[in-house]
Design a protein. Sequence first.
Length: 298
Amino acid sequence: MTAKRREPSNFQRAAEGSMTLVEHIRELRSRLTKSVLAVLVGFIIAFYFSSKIFDFIKEPYCSLNLKGDGSCDFLVLKATDPLMMSMKIALWGGLLLAAPFWLYQLWAFITPGLKRTEKRYGVGFVAVSTLLFASGAVLAYISLSKGLQLLLGLAGDGVVVALTAQDYIGFVLSLLVAFGVSFEVPLIAVALNLVGVLPYTVLARSRRWIFFLTIVFSAFITPTQDPFTMLLMAGPMILLFEGAIQIARVVDKRRARREAIEGFHDLSDDEASPLDARPSALDQPLDSPTSSTSSTRG
């Protein structure tokens, strides 16, 4: 009785290049479906805890105590605003909760097109990208109170601050997403360097422009548009870009060393390795007085 031969998986067939265009589309549809289902599960969980999430989100505003009596109520202008508020919180919460899963699905779809040495970085990038996004969101949340105090303080005396719940949630979520996405940008530079698209020499030569464009990017992407939040975003981004440049330097050195070693692997056993035929400088030239004297004595 012969054992049944196991058919190769779609992942193996994609890596071998034997999948048709229709099969690639089906594979993409399958991974998108899995990602949407994961986001849906996260959406349901976040919707269930939406009231507690909103209490957590409004804490920076409540800490300002603008009314002086410890209250921090928000206006509701429409009957559907509470539902839309919970839906918005649940949507972004679902995306964040399912981020490791749909990032993995994206990596699994792209990986077969990469080289074997490039595939091993996939899981690491999923973990690092999730960590960087979370770090950016945490930094935005910490700075939210100061940013609100600066912005609302511009209203001056005699002005009653009354924010709607919809506007406040949209403002906070846009700030968290802006910080999270901005922290991902240096990781893209590292990814391009690892696949050989962006060498260290280009990054090092463009360091000043990268830092300048980082500040400009921070000025445009921050929803608050205040200098405090802009500098708070630009500072860590510059440090992350400098770290990315140093990582690219190490990676390029290792790549050059590996290519120098692998350059002799294609030679057969009876074939001589290429040697440098250029003459090297001797310790002492032939036409020196010492060499002439020694040759005469000989």
